[in-house]
Design a protein around this ligand. Structure first.
Ligand code: NDP
Length: 499
């Protein structure tokens, strides 16, 4: 366990003191129209970090109007010029990497190494990747057979208009980037609503984007509570599409609310991903992969490998490795360079996760390690020790519900078809992992799993080029890759009479 003797760097402190003006519309930072604020806390200490603007309907109206005005010019900018701006934003993110990583760690709690090498680094890659797409977003020429005469038909990929991006608190900068960058690449403008728990990096990203040359109004940020600012964005008739990442419950609410306006939706929702270790796997690598799969970002990862299916023959070996390694993970403040795991994002999330630990014990699973909060210097933060349960049965709540915390459920299986059937018996289908050295089995199982991403002999890998999203209740549409870009366009067929 590390101590809490960390200093907030000067640049971050200056930014935090002005955080009440956290709404960015056009090129201007401002407080909410109503003047209300929401406190945001350092989850490692419980200390107040800043008060941010609590935006609502009037703020969303202003941001959407501004985004509409900016859309007229932005969509007409040449693809090369638009791409260059996005690439410049990628460079600017890298130039501000340290500052962004510190803000992300202060707000979310994750270790600085994670903020730096995952959140910030991948965000820059995402802007660069979609910056490269602007000049490749072409249509088709189609071989039509009109009843009379001749026609030339071609398609165009046109932007939708104003996109509302609603992002969660687990990867605020990265998920914000993977929604906004493709939307902008396709010629849309955007209003970004970060989570009330982690709004700081989204605001700083938008400022950095302006400094890098993004025209004012193309990216606007409205901070505030989900049921206020978020709901206003969903209900706004001027918003053409909502791209959302968060809980399945809120996703369902968005589907219902958008029925009237028929807004387009991309929904990336919850998960209960299966990570399957076969007896022919490299067991040591599989145990490491399982740890990374569940403890990255304190387990607050939508694709976390929270159901670890281990073949009976290697069960004890894997569990022994998990127990030994989990006990060694160093908890602490994310800014402390020794820290390997930070706190959960909020007291609410800690309560929720602790509730699942109690349920696991009550329902008869064996608590192998963790399950409790550390004391001493960490007592005021929202920490929970890395937790591993064995003897988990499929019907237990810790095997069926998304916990979104550092809690691993280990289940035992005897053969491949059983593992696949039980892995697929979840309402979710976001991701899955397979550990095996049998090439045929690797492909066979990857094809059989009902999940939007399957990792073989690796876990939690993300790349701007690889689509990410869910089967079943894990949502629809895809983030990242070409598919996400196309989701921010609509196709127009143009018919030219040739007679
Ligand atoms: P939510 O789904 O409520 O939050 C996600 C985003 O939606 C946030 O920006 C939130 O804003 C916003 N939001 C909330 N309510 C509304 C609404 N009515 N209209 C529009 N936007 C809204 O998740 P929670 O923070 O409540 O977390 C609860 C559980 O959800 C977690 O324990 C986890 O299981 C799951 N979750 C899954 C995520 C994923 O990546 N798949 C991410 C986050 C949570 P605000 O935070 O300001 O309320």
């Amino acid at each position: 366990m590390t101590t809490m003797s960390v200093e907030i760097p000067e640049a971050a402190r200056t930014f935090l003191t002005a955080a009440a003006q956290s709404i960015l519309v056009g090129a201007e930072r401002m407080p909410s129209v109503g003047g209300e604020t929401i406190p945001t806390f350092d989850p490692a200490t419980g200390a107040l970090l800043a008060n941010i603007a609590a935006g609502g309907q009037a703020d969303v109206d202003r941001a959407v109007d501004t985004a509409h005005q900016a859309f007229v010019q932005w969509r007409q900018l040449s693809p090369a010029a638009r791409g260059r701006v996005l690439q410049d934003i990628a460079d600017a993110i890298e130039e501000h990497a340290e500052e962004l990583a510190i803000l992300e760690t202060l707000d979310n709690g994750k270790p600085l190494t994670e903020s730096t090498y995952l959140d910030v680094s991948l965000s820059a890659q995402i802007w660069r990747y979609f910056g490269g797409w602007t000049t490749k977003l072409g249509g088709l020429t189609l071989p039509v057979s009109p009843a009379v005469g001749e026609a030339l038909v071609y398609t165009r990929r046109e932007p939708l208009g104003v996109v509302g991006a609603i992002v969660p608190w687990n990867f605020p900068l990265m998920i914000g980037s993977w929604k906004v960058a493709p939307a902008l690449a396709a010629g849309n403008t955007a209003v970004l609503k970060p989570s009330e728990f982690t709004s700081l990096s989204a605001l700083r990203l938008a400022e950095i984007a302006l400094e890098a040359g993004l025209p004012p109004g193309v990216l606007n940020v409205v901070t505030g509570l989900g049921p206020d600012a978020g709901q206003a964005l969903i209900d706004h008739p001027g918003v053409a599409k909502i791209s959302f990442t968060g809980s399945t419950a809120t996703g369902r609410r968005i589907v219902t609310a958008s029925a009237g306006s028929l807004k387009k939706l991309t929904l990336e929702l919850g998960g209960k991903s299966a990570n399957i270790v076969f007896p022919d796997a490299d067991v040591e690598a599989a145990a490491q992969g399982a740890l990374n799969g569940i403890f990255l970002n304190q387990g607050q990862v939508c694709c976390a490998g929270s159901r670890l299916f281990v073949h009976r023959d290697v069960h004890d070996e894997v569990v022994a490795a998990l127990e030994a390694e989990a006990g060694e993970i160093l908890l602490g403040h994310g800014l402390d360079e020794e820290t390997q795991m930070g706190p959960l994002v909020s007291a609410r999330q800690l309560d929720r996760v602790a509730g699942y630990v109690e349920a696991g014990v009550r329902e008869g699973a064996t608590l192998v390690c963790g399950g409790e909060r550390p004391g001493g210097a960490l007592a005021d933060g929202h920490f929970l020790k890395p937790t591993v349960f064995t003897d988990v049965r499929d019907e237990m709540s810790i095997a069926t519900e998304e916990i979104f915390g550092p809690v691993l459920s280990v289940l035992t299986f005897d053969d491949e078809s059983e593992a696949v059937r039980r892995a697929n018996s979840s309402e979710y289908g976001l991701a899955a992992g397979v550990w095996t050295n049998d090439l045929k089995r690797a492909h066979r199982v990857a094809h059989a799993l009902e999940a939007g991403t399957v990792w073989v002999n690796m876990y939690n890998m993300i790349d701007p080029a690889a689509p990410f999203g869910g089967y079943k209740s894990s949502g629809y549409g895809r983030d990242l890759g070409e598919e996400s870009l196309l989701g921010y366009t609509q196709t127009k067929s143009v018919w030219i009479g040739m007679d």
